[in-house]
Design a protein around this ligand. Structure first.
Ligand code: ADP
Length: 712
């Protein structure tokens, strides 16, 4: 049956789809697949879970089987890259090699050349272009997932530049762009000279409703009474669980997600049936998975035991993954999440409750969330195979609010999206890379490149010319580029900045600090504060209780090599934030327990990982710049990179090279008298196993790594 629906699909592809239980194509797929197979550019704008990815998979595999070449699949988030990579790996059977690349933006990753399909984030794609990976010239099909993120001030410009650049690198490139339902999908299609398939079709019907005084009123006119006791959220959760469904609740802060999940335990536990044992195990896994469980992990574990969980960016990625999988397997019944979940991996539930239609925005106060975001959250309602329909419910406090929710959200169309390329920090980042890679050796070619962007499609490129001129001036005045006879050429500093994936302003600040540090070197806090003060680090906010940061400043002033802004200026606050973040990193490399760091700085393990990852990149970059300007600093910067990566003092750097040995276990070994990997050779297994926090399993793993026990 599947075979006859869309002509020309390779039998081997159909075979794999059939094995996956696909019996027939969804209507938008029937419309989009023929266009895609004809080699047309395509914009597919349909709701989440309406089968967009499948169109891209078929398009890629068919093209590569027929013509050879390579496919690049761009997604916005690392977690999504993993999801797509796993799904695409199904097609290895037809002889295609699938690879994934999301990490280190400072390297060219030559191993990628051996794959036919490469999944990566938009930043990684940009970095691969900057490193001029040779295989990019062979890419003949480009998939851009979530292309509506062109609208996102953070990710959008990079996405736009990558697409425009890839089209120039390979003019025969076929583009398949996947988008949420947005108002001006036509604009994207016109920009890309693509066919547009736009539809509201969903595999599971969606009912959107408003709860008011115990009654849900749905947009299709139906009504359901769920009561008001003990409060609206609990009444809505109970009603759905009673019917055997799962509930996903969106709230606007991490704190609320935790407190609400904790509160819901008493209710949700009544709906656990045969899952009790599994829940106990998952709760244990959450605590045992990290060397150092934090109080956030403990809260999560307590919740999971009762069938409810919370999900936000402060959790470690391992904990998030456990929660996502257990919800998908229907072991966890109710999940309270921040909106990042709606933009990430696919986790549907029968009922979605959108508790907060307002959100705090820095500088603006509480703001209504965009319709696009509401629709993305609502769109998570309805699980294919388990639910015949999904329900997305908001809560109104009064009649007026109910009316406004209906007209401003339920019946409203998502906002149109606009390019965010036209701001100077973004321009300096992309203009430098374009010059450093030799793509635009003069002003004319630079303007020509910008005239192929989505920005230029939507507005007049002339509007950018002043900003571009100012950016060129900045780059040349600060030695990133040289202008000679009308030619634009990057200096060594400019090329390094581009390859390290740094904002030029970051590179400039790092260079200045490197030049100022006295001979003999700085202290750790000098380097850490310098990297935290750059635009590439997202520093921690200063809270009222953080007065200690300023109090410490006096004592450490002599170690600070960035400018200290005048007291009470707005930059002063940013400076203090950088110092606070530097202290967090300093605690991390001094082996302060993660739990303590979380409490002191008001962060979660996921935040620590993010800061650590960024810090490692920036100190690595500082070392690379020191190779040009201050070779004498490279050794201590090298040690600092490793200390940041492992979160430990210098003396543990040898032990942490062992797999399964993080900073806690390394410290335990060290304290027991084993200071290096070599010192563990010939030591009886039982002796190692008896060291606190090591145990038999880890001891066996150490012995295997030393080659003293055979690998299983
Ligand atoms: P999107 O990319 O639009 O969010 P996906 O392509 O990831 O959606 O599809 C969501 C889920 O639906 C996946 O589990 C996928 O296997 C399944 N799916 C896609 N197309 C079909 C189909 N024609 N029949 C049955 N299931 C399908």
């Amino acid at each position: 049956m599947l075979k006859n629906e869309v002509r020309g699909i390779d039998q081997r592809i159909l075979g794999i789809l059939e094995e996956d239980g696909i019996e027939s194509f969804y209507p938008p797929q029937r419309e989009a697949l023929p266009l895609c197979l004809e080699g047309k550019h395509l914009v597919l704008s349909v709701p989440t879970a309406a089968g967009k990815s499948l169109v891209a998979y078929v398009g890629i595999v068919q093209k590569l089987l027929r013509e050879g070449g390579k496919a690049l699949y761009i997604v916005p988030l690392k977690a999504l890259a993993r999801e797509k990579y796993e799904e695409l790996s199904r097609f290895k059977k037809v002889g295609l090699k699938v690879g994934i690349s999301t990490g280190d933006l400072t390297r060219s990753d030559p191993r990628l050349a051996r794959y036919d399909i490469i999944v990566c984030t938009s930043e990684k794609a940009d970095s691969l272009i900057r490193h001029q990976a040779s295989w990019l010239w062979k890419v003949n099909i480009l998939v851009v997932d979530e292309i509506h993120l062109l609208n996102d001030p953070g990710r959008g410009p990079t996405l736009e530049v990558v697409i425009s650049r890839m089209r120039r690198i390979n003019p025969d490139l076929q583009i398949i762009a996947l988008s949420a339902t947005i108002r001006n999908a036509e604009d994207i299609a016109n920009w890309l000279d693509a066919e547009l398939v736009k539809s509201d079709w969903r595999p599971v019907k969606l009912k959107e409703g408003v709860y008011y005084r115990g009654i849900i009123e749905f947009s299709d006119g139906s009504i359901k009474s769920v009561g008001t006791k003990p409060d609206p959220i609990q009444a809505l959760v109970r009603d759905c669980l009673e019917d055997g469904g799962q509930v996903l609740i969106f709230v606007n802060t991490r704190k609320s997600s935790q407190s609400l999940a904790l509160k819901l335990r008493d209710l949700v536990k009544n709906y656990i049936e045969n899952e009790r044992e599994k829940l106990e195990k998952i709760a244990d896994d959450i605590l045992s998975l990290s060397e150092e469980p934090t109080s956030m992990d403990e809260d999560l574990s307590r919740c999971v035991k009762e069938g409810v969980a919370f999900h936000h960016a402060g959790l470690s990625s391992e904990s998030r993954k456990i929660v996502e999988n257990s919800f998908r397997e229907r072991i966890i019944k109710c999940l309270v999440a921040t909106p990042t979940l709606a933009a990430g991996v696919n986790i549907p539930a029968r009922r979605v409750i959108i508790r907060d239609l307002w959100r705090y925005e820095v500088g603006l106060g509480m703001q209504p969330i965009p319709v696009l975001e509401y629709k993305q959250q609502a769109g998570r309602a309805g699980r294919p195979k388990y639910d015949t329909e999904g329900e997305a419910i908001t809560i109104a406090k009064d009649k007026e609010q109910r009316r406004r929710i209906i007209s401003n959200y339920i019946l409203a169309e998502p906002e149109p999206i606009y390019s965010k390329l036209g701001v100077e920090p973004t321009l300096r980042f992309h203009i430098l890379s374009s010059i450093a890679c030799g793509f635009t050796p003069d002003m004319e070619s630079l303007m020509d490149f910008f005239s192929s962007t989505f920005y230029a499609y939507q507005s007049d490129i002339e509007l950018l010319s002043d900003s571009i001129d100012r950016t060129i001036k900045f780059l040349s005045e600060n030695d990133f580029i040289e202008i000679y006879d009308g030619r634009l050429k990057a200096t060594l500093f400019g090329v390094k900045t581009t390859k390290l994936y740094l904002d030029p302003l970051t590179a400039l600040q790092l260079r200045r600090v490197i030049e100022r540090i006295p001979f003999g070197g700085g202290s750790e806090i000098s380097y850490l504060q310098a990297i935290c003060y750059t635009p590439d680090m997202r520093s921690l906010y200063m809270r009222e209780s953080d007065t200690w940061v300023e109090e410490n400043l006096e004592q450490i002033k002599k170690y600070i090599f960035t400018e200290i802004p005048p007291l009470y200026s707005s930059d002063y606050e940013i400076f203090l934030s950088s110092l606070k973040t530097a202290y967090l990193l300093n605690d991390w490399i001094e082996e302060v327990p993660e739990k303590k760091i979380c409490d002191k700085y008001g962060v979660g393990p996921g935040d620590i990982r993010n800061i650590v990852e960024t810090a490692e990149w920036l100190v690595h970059s500082m070392r690379e710049l020191a190779r040009i300007y201050r070779f004498d600093l490279t050794k201590e910067l090298n040690d600092l990179v490793l200390r940041i990566r492992y979160g430990c003092r210098k003396e543990l750097l040898n032990l942490v090279q062992l797999k399964g040995i993080g900073r806690v276990r390394a410290r335990a070994l060290y304290n027991a008298g084993f200071h290096t990997v070599n010192s563990l050779r010939g030591v009886p297994l039982e002796r190692i196993a008896s060291i606190p926090s090591i145990g038999k399993k880890i001891a066996v793993s150490i012995k295997r790594q030393l080659g003293e026990l055979k690998e299983r």
